[in-house]
Design a binder for this molecule. Structure first.
Ligand code: GDP
Ligand code: MG
Length: 239
């Protein structure tokens, strides 16, 4: 019997990405996925107006922070598989079908790795390069994984993982967020808990071109401290 193909949603979080979406979204073939969902974090540069004019489905977050983009989008995501994609130039659109193909082969999560053989980040500076290396090294060491890139959001994963791994629960983030007074993303914890659950995970090489405009929202020191705490805490907390 031939297994039915899983349905797919391209999840596109945006916060003041007008230059990016104008340049990048036209490169996405709508046949690659079953649904494209743009989730806005409160843009003031015309991103939402442009996206709606182009006919995209757009929802607007109520609570701040990138992780709430994922959580609040959940009821609107129709696909069994989510591809997280930032339209800021950092993700190569042609990798979307390659990520989905791997999931259709049976993987739970497939990361577009910027650090696998055959790939390169053109967006990293020395601080983010060190952070990417360090967090990947520590996640592998402490949680017994074999990742080459734990932080990249550009990945495909089964939607059910968000609730199965408690990535939609405040308790999964609230200590680090209170301690370092920030809001973090679900992605590093998704990498950690997938390893702890021994999910079927793989990576494909995926270049990260430089941003095309706008500004990165990364808070390197607060997030770095929060993710480091999270990696260590996860050794003792959560199944
Ligand atoms: N909806 C939403 N999108 C966000 C938020 N913060 C960042 N983004 C978007 O998420 C994507 C990745 O953010 P970016 O700042 O480029 O992160 P980096 O590439 O990891 O440094 C971009 O498309 C941003 O516009 C947020 O709070 N809400
Ligand atoms: Mg980016």
């Amino acid at each position: 019997m031939v297994k039915a193909k899983l349905t797919t949603t391209l999840f596109v979080p945006v916060l003041n990405e007008i230059d990016g979406i104008k340049k990048v979204m036209p490169k996405i073939d709508s046949n690659w996925v079953d649904q494209i969902l743009i989730v806005d974090g409160g843009s003031k540069d015309g991103t939402v107006e442009y996206a709606r004019k182009k006919g995209y489905s757009v929802i607007i977050q109520k609570k701040p922070g990138i992780r709430n983009a994922y959580i609040e989008a959940l009821p609107y995501m129709k696909g069994e598989v989510i591809v997280a994609f930032s339209p800021d130039g950092n993700c190569v659109p042609e990798n979307i079908p390659l990520l989905i193909e791997k999931i259709q082969q049976g993987y739970d999560m497939v990361i577009a790795s910027r650090f696998m053989k055959g790939a390169k980040s053109y967006d990293d500076n020395s601080l983010t390069a060190f952070g990417n290396w360090g967090f990947t090294f520590l996640t592998n060491l402490i949680h017994g994984a074999k990742y080459t890139d734990v932080l990249n959001m550009f990945r495909a994963f089964k939607k059910s993982m968000i609730s199965d791994l408690d990535l939609d629960k405040e308790i999964s983030y609230c200590w680090e967020e209170a301690l370092f007074r920030t809001k973090i993303c679900i992605i590093p914890l998704m990498s950690i808990r997938s390893a702890k659950r021994k999910l079927n995970v793989t990576e494909i090489p995926g270049d990260e071109p430089a941003r095309v405009g706008g500004k990165a929202k990364l808070q390197p020191f607060r997030w770095g401290a929060a993710y480091l705490t999270q990696i260590l805490r996860e050794k003792f907390y959560w199944r």
